[in-house]
Design a protein around this ligand. Structure first.
Ligand SMILES: Nc1ncnc2c1ncn2[C@@H]1O[C@H](COP(=O)(O)OP(=O)(O)OP(=O)(O)O)[C@@H](O)[C@H]1O
Ligand SMILES: [Mg+2]
Length: 242
């Protein structure tokens, strides 16, 4: 269970969120929607303790443990993983190297390299991604859509229990969007992980079927509901939704 209680977040001296609250129980999928620049990515980054985002009041806890004094690495070890809106490239570190080190850090045990490679290749096949991705530097030289699929490999290998997806659909063509949505659905079914998903695309939500959809406006959640909210957004736009 993730609890965000009464947080106020400032970025570069500007208040973006005020008295913001959100609870995501285990195994649930919650979507967060709202106009551009309203603070959706700010929430994701605040959970993971991006140093550019300052939490002035309130607290975020995961499974009853406050994240207040935890570092980003410690939070990742608790099983929280974020796929960023704009995944960065890391030159000189291959996907396979990063995943091997991350897995051994996470599980605290030696990795059997043959089993590791077999699992990685199986995931590439499942995701319809060329195996050559594994030996390329992380996201380096990859197109926007390829980066999103590459990050999906990381999800399947590292198996987070709480997944934050910040516009994972952006830059994906129609076929890739279906593949990514179906893969996320399968991952959720297999692991019963919790998901916080940020998107402007109702198609992704039609597949993932979130338990709740929240609208962020004026620094906090102003409305929570089911998929009836999607047609409201479509028909009215965010301006009229209160
Ligand atoms: N590192 C930063 N430095 C300065 N301002 C920032 C920084 N990060 C975010 N902001 C500002 O905070 C506000 C919220 O940004 P955020 O990225 O959270 O919006 P968003 O809801 O995710 O928008 P979008 O739908 O366009 O992705 C914006 O006005 C943005 O310019
Ligand atoms: Mg954003």
């Amino acid at each position: 269970m993730l609890n965000i209680k009464d947080i106020t977040v400032t970025v570069d001296g500007k208040e973006i969120l005020k008295d913001f609250n959100l609870d995501i129980p285990d195994g649930e999928i919650h979507a967060l929607m709202g106009p551009n620049g309203v603070g959706k990515s700010t929430i994701c980054r605040s959970i993971l303790k991006d140093p550019n985002y300052t939490i002035n009041n309130g607290d975020i806890s995961y499974n009853g443990k406050s994240l207040k004094d935890k570092t980003t690495t410690e939070i990742a070890r608790l099983g929280i993983m974020m796929i960023s809106q704009n995944p960065i490239a890391i030159e000189g570190v291959t996907n396979a190297e990063m995943l091997r080190i991350a897995l051994s850090e996470k599980n605290g045990e030696h990795i059997n390299i043959f089993e590791f490679q077999k699992e990685l290749k199986g995931i590439c096949q499942k995701l319809n991604v060329p195996e050559s991705f594994l030996h390329r530097s992380i996201n380096d030289g990859m197109s926007g859509g390829e980066r999103k699929k590459n990050e999906l490999i990381h999800i399947w290998m590292l198996k987070p229990s709480f997944l934050i997806l910040d516009e994972i659909d952006s830059g994906l063509d129609v076929d890739a969007l279906k593949e990514v949505a179906n893969s996320l659905k399968e991952y959720h079914k297999m692991t019963n992980c919790s998901i916080l998903i940020i998107t402007h695309n109702p198609k992704l939500l039609n597949t993932l079927k979130p338990d709740k959809i929240h609208i962020l406006k004026n620094k906090k959640i102003t409305k929570t509901g089911g998929d009836e909210i999607l047609s409201e957004i479509e028909n009215e736009g965010f301006k009229k939704i209160s």
